[in-house]
Design a protein around this ligand. Structure first.
Ligand code: FES
Length: 123
C-alpha cells in the first residue's frame, strides 16, 4: 500500500506567510510539493467558502495564515478573518468535517523566518 501523501491547500497572506514561503525557496529550503499555496492580498479577503470548495476538490488539510494581530497591512483584515474563522468552525462541525483539518495561524511581519520554518515543516 502506498504511503499516504496528504494534499494541503494553503490560503496565505501576501505580506507575511507568502513572503515566508518565497523566502523558503530563495533560501533553498524545501516544502512539500503536496502543498498548494494560494496567495491573497490579506486573510481578510479570503472567502471561507473557498475552504469548503478545497475540501470538495480533494484537499485533506487546509492552512490559513496571515499577519500577526496588529500587524495586518490593511490594519484589521486579520481580525475580520479571525471572526469569520470562529463562525466557520461551527459550520465545519455541522457538516461533519473535522476542524483539526484546518490550521489557522498568524505570522508577524518581521516573523518571516518563522513562516519560512513553518513552510519547510509542511514538507
Ligand atoms: Fe496580512 Fe492582512 S495583510 S493578514
Amino acid at each position: 500500500m502506498p504511503d499516504f501523501e496528504p494534499k494541503i491547500v494553503a490560503f496565505v497572506c501576501n505580506w507575511c506567510t507568502y513572503a515566508g514561503a518565497d523566502l523558503t525557496g530563495t533560501s533553498r529550503m524545501k516544502y512539500s510539493p503536496q502543498v498548494s499555496i494560494i496567495r491573497f492580498p490579506c486573510t481578510g479577503r479570503i472567502d471561507f467558502m473557498l475552504l469548503l470548495k478545497a475540501f470538495a476538490s480533494g484537499a485533506d488539510g487546509i492552512i490559513v495564515s496571515g499577519c500577526h494581530p496588529n500587524d495586518c497591512h490593511y490594519s484589521s483584515g486579520n481580525f475580520h478573518a479571525r471572526r469569520r474563522w470562529i463562525i466557520f468552525r461551527g459550520l465545519l462541525d455541522f457538516l461533519g468535517i473535522d476542524v483539526r483539518r484546518v490550521q489557522f495561524s498568524w505570522y508577524g511581519r518581521w516573523g518571516r523566518s518563522r513562516a519560512t520554518s513553518a513552510c519547510a515543516a509542511w514538507a
